[in-house]
Each structure stands twice: as structure tokens, then as C-alpha cells.
Ligand binder design. Structure first.
Ligand SMILES: [Zn+2]
Length: 688
């Protein structure tokens, strides 16, 4: 295990100035420890750049694929193409949970065939004609299964196209495939809506409702009530804007900013922000700092405007979708249509509760941190003050292969099913997690609905990002064989418990991973959790405000973001460039996945409870996790929590109690005990 050393940037800036060479400054941020986002906060970059599950499941899923439909080059399906159902009197048996039938297909053997929307539309409509004629609920369920099978075959291709593009963003063919799939999704939405309506209007509706259950039927109802072809007609434009944002980010990800206009002296944005963070207050550095500020200003004025323009168009289009559906603004629409677990009012209350209960913890960490250090807070000592464990954690020096191995090793010890999953994924090439210059940033987990195979994509992840993603993958892997994909389609607030709580369960293995600094790593992880609750809630409030005030404009948005950072206790002291309110444009989710960050706040609070249980009794924590994970048919967050014996963050008192316990933890020796080691490591770093 190697002691982490951060490289003092200034010395290098000076050296480079003198040599006027193009020596690369080591990315000192890479030396910082542990999971996820805090490192990116330090870089002045967004946290959770792309980490996540893929959010919008395709409309339906089914069993292992057959080539039946695609093999036929001249498709004109009609009702008579499908076998008549032989026994109309057959009773409708209750649905039984069975393991998914996996395709046993390796990633490298998957071949992209463009999904044909016309053909799928004709197939669905032909089957719906049969559905009308069906003589029993059992017959209708068979037809539902068939429609599900067809759409999930197409969904395999949509997933494959998205993945291939993530793996090589420079390949024009992949980009074209992705565009084909976006058009496909828009083109089948009418037929999918007709499919849902057919179920809701079925003459056997009572039996179908009893068979699928209330939550699934509610989902169909919400979808159809808000459905309007005019809404989906706007979607391709939205998708294209999100793509143009991604492309812009990829093209500019390696941007080098000339220092003071000198093209032979260039630095990345994070290097320049690092200079201001660590040396912004140093009077000897005034000249360089000024050059850095001017250079950053020029860079921001261009990129910020560009990214704002894209965002403005997205806000207007999404608000337009909401208006068509009869809502005042997009956030209300998105929550009403998207969640069966909470309402818009619930999220408003969540924001107020976090402001009232969790913000004071962060504010008191700032105060007590400064006291512990006996220093005034500066941009340089700020993170040491609020989280000494970040400096007191020794990060093991592992290769990418070793990191994957470590993550798999931890996961395998949580259950036999987890082990089965990691073996399956390894055997089938379903981990594409090593760095590549052509890859998209970030990490996510997705699922081949038809093949029943989870897939983890990542670029330059750390061990615990992989653990997080494997929590998602495990949920997918355990998803039973569906009759209709909607039966197991969960909200992100549930999905993120699978991943965030898995990270918390793996705290048990820290001593093997971090050695002597395991306790510091745990403290850092808990701090991360607090930070997540705060900054995701900030994002939530920010985002809702932007959609509800579409005319705010770039400067108004920056002012709002900066003010919220201050109010949430997340503003960095010192140089204004560290906190100027423009960094939100680097956060991909604001563009690609609006109005769902509240799910991180909700899931994180559950993950914290699982960590708390595990401190006393790890087996009990694992049991609560498993009870939650295996409750696959329960789609409502509050009920799933109840079944697993976990507290519901949307229920009055839960977050208040959690905040009180966390407050006690942060003032206990378990947390404050790291100031000495943290300060020592920090001083070493600064004197390097
Ligand atoms: Zn996630």
C-alpha cells in the first residue's frame, strides 16, 4: 500500500512557465482516495458524471430471443399470422416467479440489426386485433407475452446501440445506430400506448387486474393518461439535443487552456482550478493566479454559453411536453407520470427537510473543522477541515484489472447469487470497464431485456464505483422471467438502494482493502453519503427552479446555483472561480435524465440505515438488503422498505432521526479521530 502524495501544482506551474515546455502535470486528483464523487468535487467537476443505471426501460420485455420475426425479410404480419389460441376456456393461472431464462450470449457475439419500427407496429397491431377477439383472459395474457417478446427483441438492439456508442463515441456507424434506435423508440410509442389501452379496456379487465396487480395497472393508467402523440413527437428533438451536449462534452473533455494566451503553456480546467484551490490565497502567487483566472474566464465564457443554449432548448421542449399533458411545468409532469412512489409535494417536502435537518450538520462540520485545525477556512484546507478522513485514507495502488478483481471479490462474499452473477458476466464479456480514449465518461449498468443479461460500462472507474454498479447488475440478474416487462420495472429510488447500500455493505471488507486506514475510509464513505444527500437535494431544488423559471438565463442560473451552494453549506471558501455557479453545466444528468436526482437522496438515506445496522450486526444488514432486493414484485418504495423492515425517508420523522444520529457520529471519535492523521498527510502534501 502506498502513501498518497498530492503533487503541489504551483511548483509545476512555475517549472512549466520557466521551461515553457509541454510537460504534463500529473493529475494529482487521482491520488485522492476512495469512492465516487468527492474526487470530482475537488476537481471542480460534477459528481456522478454518468454513473447510473440506464433510466428509461424500453416499453416491454420478454423471454430469450428467437429469430422468428427478424429472419423474415418481407414482413406483413396480420392477425392470422399468429397461431390461434387453442383452448379459449383455459383458466388464467396466477403468475409465478421463476428465474429468468438467459440467452447465454457473449457481448462479442451480439450483432446489431436495426429494429424495424414499421414492422413492430404492424406486429403489435395485428396482435391487438387478436386480443380483441380473444375468448378469455388467459388468451389475452398469451398475446401480451407475445407483444412483450417482440418489443424486447428490439430493446436488445436499442441497448446494444447505446452501449456500442458509449464504448466508441468516435465511430460514426455507432452514432448512426443510436439515432436509428431513438427514432425507433419514438415511432413505436403510439402502438405501445394502444397496447396499454387494450389491457385497460379489456372485457376481461378484472381478471387481468387481479393477475398483474394494482401497481402494474396503475403504471399503465398513468402512462396512457399522460400519453399524447404530440409529446412523443418532441422526443427526437430532445434526444438530439442531449446527444449534441454529449458530443460537445466529449470533444472538449481534453481541452487545454492556454495560460495567459500562450499556446505552448496549456493546462486543463481541473489543473487550473487546482491551482486556485490550493494557492489562490497565496500572495506570492498573485501573478500566476491572475493569469489563471483570465484564462479560465475566456474558456468559460465560451463553453458556458454554448451549454446553456442547449439547456434552454431542452427546458422549453420538456415544459412543452408537460403543457401538452396538462401540467404547469415539467417537474410536476415528470413526477406525476414517472413515479408511483411519491408526489411532487413529497419532493418539495423532502427538499425542506434536508435543508432543515442535514444542512446544519454540514455547517457545523465547517465550524468544528476550523476549530480542530485552529485555522481559518481557506479553499485549500476546506476539505481537510470538513473531512479529515479524505487525507487519512491510504488508497491501495491497484491496476484496473486488480480493481475489478477486488470489487468482484467483495461482491462474491455477499451471496451465492452475487457470485453466480459475476461469473456469468465475466464469462460473457459483460464487464466493459477498462479505460479507453474513445469511451464516454462515467459508468453505468444496463440490461438486455430480451437476453436477460446485465452489462456494466465504465471508463476509468475506481473499485467502489464498480461495487456500486454491481449492486445494480445484481438487481437485474435477479429479475425473474417476466410476462410483461412492466411487472418488474422499478423506480430509481429503489434501484439506487441496490447500489448505494451494496457500497455500504462492503465497508465490512475495508480492513482487507485499506489496511490500517480502513476506519478512515469508512468515515470518508459516511461523509460521502452526507454530501450526496446535500448536493443531490441541491440539484433537485436547482433543477426544479430552472424548469419553473425558464427565462432565468445563463447568468441567473449561475447566480442561483452559487447561492444554493452557499445556502446548503457546500460553497468552497476563497477564489470565486471555485464557486461561481457555472459548473452545473458539466453535470450530464441535468441534460440527459431530468428530475430524478431526488432518488439519490432517498436511496442514500436507506443505504445509511443499512450501514448503521451493519455496524452492530453485518448479517442483519445483509438480510435487510436481501429482503429489499428480493422483493422484486413490489414496485412501491414505501412498501418495499416496510417489507424489509427499513425506514421510509418520506415518512415524517425518519430523516429527522437519521440526521440526529449522523450528527452524533460526526462529532464522535470515529469521525474526529482522523484529524491528526489527516492534517499530517495534508501538510506533507502541501510541502511537497
Ligand atoms: Zn447508481
Amino acid at each position: 500500500m502506498k502513501k498518497r502524495k498530492l503533487t503541489a501544482l504551483t511548483a509545476l506551474v512555475l517549472a512549466v512557465l520557466m521551461l515553457s515546455g509541454c510537460a504534463r502535470i500529473p493529475d494529482f486528483i487521482d491520488g485522492l482516495p476512495l469512492p465516487g464523487f468527492f474526487r470530482e468535487v475537488l476537481e471542480g467537476l460534477p459528481f456522478w458524471g454518468g454513473d447510473d443505471i440506464v433510466l428509461t426501460p424500453p416499453p416491454a420485455v420478454t423471454s430469450a430471443p428467437t429469430a422468428e420475426i427478424k429472419a423474415d425479410p418481407t414482413p406483413t404480419p396480420n392477425a392470422s399470422d399468429y397461431p390461434a389460441i387453442e383452448d379459449p376456456g383455459k383458466p388464467l393461472e396466477p403468475f409465478t416467479l421463476q428465474d429468468a431464462v438467459r440467452a447465454d450470449l457473449s457481448y462479442e457475439d451480439m450483432v446489431f440489426t436495426a429494429p424495424d419500427a414499421d414492422r413492430t407496429n404492424r406486429s403489435i397491431r395485428a396482435l391487438l386485433a387478436q386480443f380483441e377477439e380473444a375468448q378469455s383472459a388467459a388468451q389475452q395474457v398469451e398475446i401480451i407475452r407475445e407483444i412483450d417478446r417482440i418489443t424486447s427483441e428490439d430493446a436488445n438492439m436499442v441497448t446494444l446501440a447505446n452501449l456500442q456508442f458509449s464504448i466508441d463515441t468516435t465511430n460514426p456507424e455507432y452514432k448512426e445506430h443510436q439515432e436509428i434506435c431513438q427514432a425507433y423508440n419514438a415511432a413505436i410509442s403510439d402502438a405501445v400506448n394502444e397496447f396499454y389501452l387494450a389491457i385497460l379496456n379489456s372485457r376481461y379487465f378484472d381478471e387481468l387486474e387481479a393477475y398483474f396487480g394494482e401497481t402494474v395497472i396503475d403504471f399503465l393508467r398513468r402512462s396512457t393518461q399522460s400519453y399524447d402523440p404530440a409529446i412523443s413527437a418532441l422526443q427526437p428533438e430532445i434526444d438530439a439535443l442531449v446527444d449534441s451536449y454529449s458530443t460537445y462534452c466529449t470533444e472538449h473533455s481534453g481541452d487545454e487552456i492556454p495560460l495567459g494566451g500562450n499556446k505552448s503553456n496549456t493546462f486543463s480546467e481541473s489543473e487550473m482550478l487546482g491551482q486556485l484551490r490550493f494557492y489562490g490565497d497565496d500572495p506570492d502567487m498573485a501573478y500566476i493566479n491572475k493569469l489563471v483566472e483570465q484564462s479560465l474566464e475566456g474558456f468559460y465564457s465560451e463553453t458556458y454559453t454554448e451549454k446553456n443554449d442547449i439547456f434552454t432548448k431542452l427546458v422549453n421542449l420538456r415544459n412543452e411536453q408537460a403543457r401538452i399533458a396538462g401540467y404547469d411545468s415539467y417537474p410536476e409532469y415528470a413526477i406525476a407520470v414517472g413515479s408511483d412512489s411519491y408526489t411532487y409535494e413529497d419532493i418539495r417536502n423532502l427538499i425542506s427537510t434536508v435543508r432543515a435537518e442535514f444542512v446544519p450538520i454540514m455547517k457545523s462540520l465547517r465550524e468544528s473543522g476550523a476549530e480542530h485545525l485552529g485555522e481559518k477556512l481557506t479553499s485549500a484546507n476546506y476539505y481537510l477541515a470538513i473531512c479529515p478522513a479524505i487525507y487519512a485514507t491510504d488508497d491501495p495502488d491497484l491496476t484496473e484489472e486488480e480493481q475489478l478483481e477486488a470489487a468482484i471479490g467483495m461482491l462474491n462474499r455477499t451471496s451465492g447469487r452475487a457470485k453466480e452473477m459475476t461469473s456469468y458476466m465475466q464469462e460473457h464479456g459483460l464487464f466493459q470497464v477498462f479505460s479507453s480514449p474513445t469511451k464516454e465518461e462515467g459508468a453505468y449498468t444496463t440490461y438486455f431485456n430480451g437476453y436477460k443479461e446485465p452489462f456494466i460500462f465504465a471508463h476509468d472507474p475506481d473499485t467502489f464505483t464498480l461495487v456500486h454498479e454491481m449492486g445494480h447488475a445484481l438487481n437485474y440478474f435477479l429479475t425473474p422471467e417476466p410476462d410483461m416487462g412492466e411487472r418488474f420495472s422499478i423506480g430509481t429510488e429503489i434501484a439506487e438502494v441496490h447500489s448505494m447500500a451494496m457500497e455500504m455493505l462492503c465497508v465490512k471488507f475495508y480492513p482487507e482493502y485499506y489496511g490500517d486506514s480502513a476506519k478512515a475510509a469508512e468515515a470518508y464513505q459516511v461523509f460521502n453519503a452526507l454530501y450526496t444527500i446535500l448536493d443531490q437535494t441541491l440539484f433537485s431544488e436547482f433543477e426544479i427552479t430552472l424548469y419553473e423559471n425558464p427565462d432565468l438565463g445563463p447568468e441567473g442560473r449561475a447566480e442561483l446555483y452559487s447561492r444554493l451552494q452557499e445556502e446548503y453549506g457546500l460553497a468552497s471558501p476563497g477564489n470565486r472561480y471555485l464557486n461561481d455557479g457555472r459548473s452545473w453545466t458539466s453535470i450530464h444528468h441535468f441534460y440527459s435524465a431530468p428530475i430524478y436526482v431526488q432518488d439519490y437522496t432517498l436511496a442514500q438515506s436507506v443505504a445509511l440505515e443499512i450501514w448503521e445496522i451493519g455496524r452492530d450486526d453485518w448479517d442483519a444488514a445483509l438480510k435487510a438488503y436481501d429482503d429489499f432486493l428480493y422483493d422484486q414484485e413490489e414496485l412501491v418504495f414505501s412498501r418495499r422498505l416496510e417489507h424489509a423492515g427499513l425506514s421510509d425517508p418520506l415518512k415524517a420523522g425518519t430523516l429527522q432521526d437519521l440526521a440526529a444520529r449522523l450528527g452524533a457520529y460526526f462529532s464522535s471519535e470515529d469521525y474526529t479521530g482522523h484529524y491528526a492523521a489527516g492534517k499530517k498527510a495534508y501538510d506533507e502534501m502541501m510541502s511537497d
